[in-house]
Design a binder for this molecule. Sequence first.
Ligand code: 5GP
Length: 208
Amino acid sequence: MKRLGVLTVISGFSGVGKGTIVKKLVAEQDYALSISATSRLPREGEVHGREYFFLTRDEFHSMIESNGLIEWAEYVNNFYGTPKSYVEERLANGQDVILEIEPQGALKVKEQYPEAVLIFVVPPTAGELENRLVGRGTEEAGVIAKRLKRAAEETEYIANYEYIVVNDDLNDAVNDIHYIIQAASHKRERTEEFLNVLKDDLKKSFNE
Ligand code: 5GP
């Protein structure tokens, strides 16, 4: 059945495991993951063009000025943004696209794409969030403290999301998100073109 692609926005507190969830999701299912631009430095093991397009602040600002980003936001002293062309080309081809972005960006996406599906991933407890962030060992103590403070602030944004997924068990969280996207893909609005052809056919065949 021909239909429009679903644009899904996944957000969640730093350390909640959304990166791991999204990686598993795109490895197992046919979703296109948008790669963001950022002015943050790569973490060990991160590759330009795979996790992010790592840009200088000047390069990032040029992208904003040339209207190359759907949205952008500042997060803990760095800039992050979603390149426009990748997302629009894939949606137009009927591919489902996933954005993994923070809540201010998610709101801007929803303004531009009202049919976008917004999912917020939460930890089972606050203590578990801290354990995971400390445990992954990719940030120093000062940055971890800032990210935890930001998490407490981000709770205000949860009301903008339609779906909440608890990341207690990784497989369950991945499946939950997959089912949410699958349900959204069956919404009538996305199948309008297919339905119109079918309706015309039915009328022509049986009603005239
Ligand atoms: P990290 O530095 O941990 O990779 O990402 C920090 C935050 O930036 C995360 O909440 C992540 O979801 C968010 N982020 C990543 N890419 C984008 C983007 O393109 N736009 C926005 N608004 N946030 C992003």
